[in-house]
Design a protein around this ligand. Structure first.
Ligand code: AFP
Length: 324
């Protein structure tokens, strides 16, 4: 099986970007080890703190964030970082070429139940027209991403990543410690019979989403005349990995609950990196009727509605969205 670095070189990735990717993956291996140790690593349970999102921080949230933050700020190719767990951006090395944003531990509510969790990361070119410690470093549409990916800490530790070309899947070889290429190019079928959404929010959705999901549930008796199945991992990394590997559509729409008027998922370090992975695997990724990668960010912790996956199914959902 092919190793990571020869694959990246074949994809014409610059040496300095390869070195930065290696920094991120070094942190992922440490996180993977601690996750695999579970209670033995003393990383289960919650801290007494909340992050800027108002979410109680799990011990592993804090550990994973600190690992990535320390290793990235020690990498002289990194000008600025942003994290779900950091209120503001943190400046690194002046004049460095890259900025990095990450969700250090996506799916925190799954940690204590040994469920799927992961790290999501994205790399942009640094901006020379704003200061290194300015949030405006990340005021770039997702189509500017140089690289995006996630590490899924599941039964196997898997890296799914794109550097602008195909979305590729690697598996961490626990014996030798390297990521080996296990799926050369992920491809999402244009159609699907599997959807992912948190059905508990049904009565909070706006009517377009309610009507769309209702037709999926009606199966052969509904307008779609097709039987659908449902899955919900409560961790975007797990749901998106399923969509990338066996197809489907994933939705986290806006709803009427307090604080959910723009949905729950964050544009910078959840929606954008996943959108690039999905599009480079032949899928679509929209926020309402707008392509996620075209959104001009307003601030680093901005939330957006997300629908992504099989291109014809995303189009079917968008057809329910009336022009407001
Ligand atoms: P946590 O990291 O707080 O568990 O949230 C995970 C997440 O941001 C995303 O990964 C999931 O798709 C989504 O939230 C699950 O949200 P619900 O708990 O409302 O289903």
């Amino acid at each position: 099986m092919k190793r990571l670095i020869p694959t990246l070189k074949q994809d014409n990735v610059s040496v300095e970007l390869i070195m930065l990717i290696r920094t991120i993956l070094a942190a992922s291996k440490e996180i993977s080890f601690r996750v695999s140790q579970g209670a033995l690593a003393g990383i289960l349970g919650s801290t007494l703190d909340e992050n800027i999102q108002g979410e109680v921080q799990k011990k592993l949230d804090v550990v994973a964030n600190q690992l990535l933050k320390d290793m990235l700020l020690d990498d002289d190719s990194v000008r600025t970082i942003a994290s779900e767990e950091e209120d503001n951006v943190v400046a690194g090395h002046a004049n460095a070429p890259f900025i990095v944003a990450f969700d250090p531990l996506d799916g925190s509510s799954n940690i204590d139940i040994n469920g799927q969790i992961g790290t999501i990361f994205t790399i942009y070119p640094a901006r020379n027209d704003v200061s290194d410690d300015s949030d405006l470093q990340f005021s770039q549409p997702g189509k500017n991403q140089l690289c995006s990916g996630y590490i899924l800490y599941g039964a196997a530790t898997m890296l799914v990543m794109t550097t602008g070309g195909p979305t590729r899947c690697y598996t961490l070889d626990q014996t030798h410690g390297g990521y080996l290429l296990t799926t050369d190019e992920l491809q999402i079928d244009q159609d699907t019979q599997e959807f992912a959404i948190n059905m508990a929010n049904t009565y909070s959705w706006y009517s377009p989403t309610q009507l769309y999901i209702q037709q999926l549930l009606l199966g052969l008796a509904g307008d779609r005349e097709k039987v659908f199945n449902m899955r919900w991992n409560a961790a975007m990394v797990g749901d998106v990995h399923r969509v990338l590997t066996r197809g489907g559509i994933f939705l986290y729409p806006e709803d009427k609950r307090t604080g959910m008027q723009a949905g729950k998922l964050r544009l910078l370090y959840e929606a954008n990196p996943m959108a690039l992975l999905v599009e480079n695997a032949g899928g679509k990724a929209y926020s309402g009727k707008m392509r996620i990668l075209d959104i001009q960010p307003e601030y680093i912790h901005q939330r957006v509605p997300v629908v992504l996956g099989a291109k014809n199914e995303v189009a079917a959902y968008c057809s329910y969205l009336v022009d407001v």
